[in-house]
Write a protein of this length. Structure first.
Length: 407
């Protein structure tokens, strides 16, 4: 990271920003416990469930840049509050709606609301905390904690209270972002000289915002960050889709599969707290590259591992790599975006994430249909590593890109 004039951030500023990340980033994980169960219990087909779950990505892919640009202009507070409350309202409507097209619309709006909340949390982080790898590690740790606490709470609500109780928990979780935002000091937002009230005319997307965002994406440092983002999310998509399918195919029970994923998540939470120490030894961008490479390798070698112990070791190592890479990804992204484009930079990353999360499962499924499931891990892993290698070569041959991320 480049040196900045930022001083130590007081806890009264840090904690609400960590909380916005905790609630906004984990909402999809919390909803993933309740929403599929509710749809299945209502007799929705597998294809219908897939359509509903996938609908949350549509509006963020199309409009994340518009929302990010708007946050940079009017400040994150207004939009984060409105977006998180919109998600909460959409979620509380789910049990009252029995028509799939209407549910898809609710899910699209919920997905956009939660994505905008997460973009705003990243913008606050970039403005106030990104100058410190220690703060970055704490922020990433809070994201992991949200994914630990939220899903079990939703599951307990589903079992103990039923459908309405579970969706109330989801709505309260979504509204938690608005509550946390309320406690963030106004000084942490866009400078008061630039802030203004949101107007109806602001809701219409502007072609100039998309042009500015794509011009930002062409900047060397941002280009590298987005490429690495795609590689990192693609590796996560493997774990979220075909990883449990492969483990089940070799006879592992669901409990052991869950333990492997939990081990990975637990080590990721711990790894995020070690980032300040690791970046004292190596340039942050190179730490990001090497840890992203590790996250790809340790999931793509899965079919070659012959015992639960080896699978556990790979899951732990991948978790450490993911934990170290996430705070660096957010910090370097904020640095590459610049103070006036923090939300747009986060929106670009969101758009790249949607592309990777959509394309990777389809590509891996196609590879599996031709070469078999085991080979698809190696094929997709090889493609990702080759792409990451090209990015690393670019960084190696352009020292200025790496120098911009040095503490």
């Amino acid at each position: 990271m480049t040196k900045t004039a930022h001083g130590p951030a007081p806890l009264r500023t840090q904690i609400p920003i960590y909380a916005t990340g905790l609630f906004s980033n984990s909402l999809a994980d919390v909803a993933s416990v309740v929403l599929p169960l509710w749809l299945a219990n209502d007799g929705v087909t597998a294809a219908g469930i897939g359509m509903v779950l996938g609908a949350r990505h549509v509006l963020p892919f199309l409009l994340a840049i518009h929302g990010g640009a708007l946050m940079d202009r009017v400040g994150a507070r207004q939009l984060m509050t409105a977006s998180s409350l919109m998600s909460a309202f959409m979620l509380i409507l789910f049990p009252a709606v029995a028509w799939i097209p209407a549910i898809i619309v609710l899910q699209m709006l919920n997905g956009y609301g939660s994505s905008m909340s997460w973009i705003g949390a990243q913008a606050y982080f970039g403005r106030v905390l990104a100058h410190s790898q220690t703060y970055a590690g704490r922020f990433a740790f809070s994201l992991r904690i949200g994914s630990f606490i939220g899903p079990p709470l939703a599951g307990v609500a589903w079992d103990m209270v039923g459908t309405w109780g579970a969706f109330i928990v989801l709505a309260l979780w979504a509204a938690g972002t608005a509550g946390a935002t309320f406690f963030i000091p106004h000084s942490a937002d866009t400078p008061s000289t630039e802030r203004r009230k949101l107007e109806w005319s602001d809701l219409a997307p502007r072609a100039a915002d998309y042009r500015d965002a794509f011009n930002l994406a062409c900047e060397p440092a941002m280009k590298i960050v987005l490429i690495i983002t795609i590689m990192r999310i693609a590796a996560s998509s493997i774990q979220d889709t075909f990883y449990p399918v492969w483990l089940a195919s070799i006879g592992l029970p669901a409990t052991q599969i869950g333990i492997l994923i939990t081990v990975s998540s637990a080590l990721a939470a711990m790894g995020s707290l070690w980032v300040a120490q690791v970046t004292r030894l190596m340039n942050p961008l190179w730490v990001l590259i090497w840890t992203t490479m590790g996250s790809i390798i340790f999931v793509s070698i899965t079919p070659a591992l012959s015992s639960v112990f080896l699978l556990m070791c790979a899951a732990a190592l991948r978790g450490i790599c993911m934990g170290l890479s996430q705070p660096l990804m957010l910090s370097i992204l904020a640095d590459a975006s610049g103070p006036g484009f923090l939300a747009r930079g986060a929106a670009l990353r969101t758009t790249a994430n949607r592309v990777a999360a959509s394309v990777t499962p389809m590509s891996m499924g196609a590879a599996a249909s031709v070469a078999g499931l085991a080979a698809s891990f190696h094929i997709i892993g090889g493609v990702l590593l080759a792409s990451l290698g090209l990015a690393a070569f670019y960084v190696k041959t352009h020292p200025a890109v790496s120098a911009k991320t040095r503490d």
